[in-house]
Design a protein around this ligand. Structure first.
Ligand SMILES: Cc1cc2nc3c(=O)[nH]c(=O)nc-3n(C[C@H](O)[C@H](O)[C@H](O)COP(=O)(O)OP(=O)(O)OC[C@H]3O[C@@H](n4cnc5c(N)ncnc54)[C@H](O)[C@@H]3O)c2cc1C
Length: 387
């Protein structure tokens, strides 16, 4: 398998798509430009200036599936022709007031209904923090005993909302991923995720919990889940990622004076991620696995582990995943070799998805290596097509 095979990697992209991607990744490499763009966009949003005309044919086209579930169908169908499945991710980053919570809950329910019976939608997904009023979650994370009656009721409602989403996923036979976010609130989310896995994962994994392997405690936690699943007779769905909030976590730990929860260096995070993959694959009879990474070595390792174990490459228990608009060289080459791949496709109205897009841009700016690699492959493919 060759992740540098650009012909396969960009087979879905037209020359216009490639030029757009080249322009974007070049811009993203420039931190000053990204900062100014963020400032101008936030300003435009504040004063209600129309932004769609500039964002839709550029950033949106590269990284977003559409404004609604229905609008994503074209991309979902197209990806399917390349043996790639989809995960439709409602990415509106609104506030965390009760109206925002209700909106996110209803939309996630719709996405579970939408996925029912569609084999090209491999999983549904939600951000747990979108299912609870933010201030209540933060307060509960510090000390659950300080919640007043109304706050305690909201925490109970959160558990009910998560259970209802997972119940609907279970009823529709659709798998559901619970994203992970900040360290401070993850303990509460872990305990809710364990409860729903125990309830819904008896025959197969319907609910998947996310483990951020940049955390020093996650291998141990993985082993805890393994033991817990034996005791309660369920199949843990494990979604591995490295983790997206490293700088914030380090800064917060230092400000509040608790030990940094993140591995001290990239090498240790990589080692932890790969050890997690190995542990799950050694015990694949007891797990289902979703590996969300753009890392060459980890993707290659998982492909090797599948082959070495003698599993079918399309064994439904193991999926690779990358974000839509990124690392197509990995997704399309894995899929061409017969492995299970799905793209995480964000969708939401233009204005609502902008904070997500700006975060993506900033993340890529800070990962100079990844952006440089994307750009180099795009340039190679443009040159190859020009002959
Ligand atoms: C399909 C998918 C779903 C995702 N879902 C989530 C999610 O639910 N929650 C979430 O937090 N993130 C999520 N992410 C983002 C993910 O956590 C990573 O931020 C992103 O994918 C980059 O990591 P990588 O493995 O792709 O690549 P790499 O470039 O190999 O790794 C970069 C990552 O390594 C770690 N790292 C970098 N430098 C250091 C250092 N000095 N010390 C320690 N660690 C370091 C950081 O986690 C950094 O993001 C998701 C990503 C994908 C592809």
């Amino acid at each position: 398998m060759d992740f540098n095979d650009t012909k396969t990697a960009f087979s879905m992209k037209s020359m216009t798509d490639l030029r757009n991607a080249q322009m974007l990744f070049t811009a993203i490499q420039n931190p000053v430009l990204v900062k100014s763009l963020k400032y101008m966009t936030n300003l435009a949003l504040k004063v209600n200036l129309p932004v769609a005309w500039v964002v839709k044919p550029t950033l949106y086209r590269q990284f977003v599936g559409g404004e609604s579930l229905q609008e994503c169908e074209k991309i979902v169908d197209l990806l399917r022709t390349y043996n790639i499945k989809s995960v439709l991710d409602y990415s509106a980053e609104g506030g965390s007031a009760i109206e925002d919570v209700s909106r996110a809950f209803e939309e996630t329910m719709r996405s579970i209904e939408f996925a029912k019976g569609k084999s090209n939608i491999a999983y549904t997904v939600f951000k747990p923090t979108a299912m609870i009023i933010g201030s209540v979650l933060s307060k509960a994370a510090v000390d659950i005993n300080t919640l007043n009656e109304v706050e305690q009721a909201e925490l109970d409602n959160f558990k009910t909302r998560v259970t209802q989403l997972c119940q609907r996923a279970y009823d529709n036979d659709v798998r559901i991923l619970i994203d992970a976010e900040h360290y401070a609130t993850q303990g509460i989310i872990d305990s809710v995720a364990e409860t729903v896995m125990r309830k819904f994962n008896n025959k197969r994994a319907i609910v998947f919990q996310t483990l951020q392997m940049y955390r020093t405690d996650r291998l141990e936690y993985l082993k805890y889940l393994f033991n817990d699943s034996k005791e309660y007779n369920y199949i843990p769905g494990i979604k591995f990622v490295r983790g997206a909030y490293m700088d914030e976590e380090r800064a917060l730990a230092s400000r509040l004076g608790y030990p940094d929860p993140i591995h001290p260096d990239k090498y240790s995070t990589d080692k932890c991620y790969d050890s997690g993959l190995k542990f799950v694959m050694e015990n694949i009879e007891s797990f289902e696995l979703f590996s969300g990474t753009h890392n060459y070595q980890s993707n290659m390792l998982l492909a090797d582990l599948i082959d070495a174990k003698g599993l079918r490459r399309d064994d439904q228990r193991v999926f690779f995943s990358q974000l839509y608009g990124m690392s197509d060289n990995i997704s399309f080459n894995l899929a061409a070799e017969g492995y299970n791949v799905c793209k995480y496709i964000p969708y939401a109205p233009v204005r609502d998805v902008l904070p997500y897009l700006l975060r993506r841009a900033e993340e890529n700016t800070s990962m100079a290596g990844q952006t440089g690699r994307e750009l180099q492959l795009i340039r190679e493919e443009i040159a190859r097509r020009k002959g």
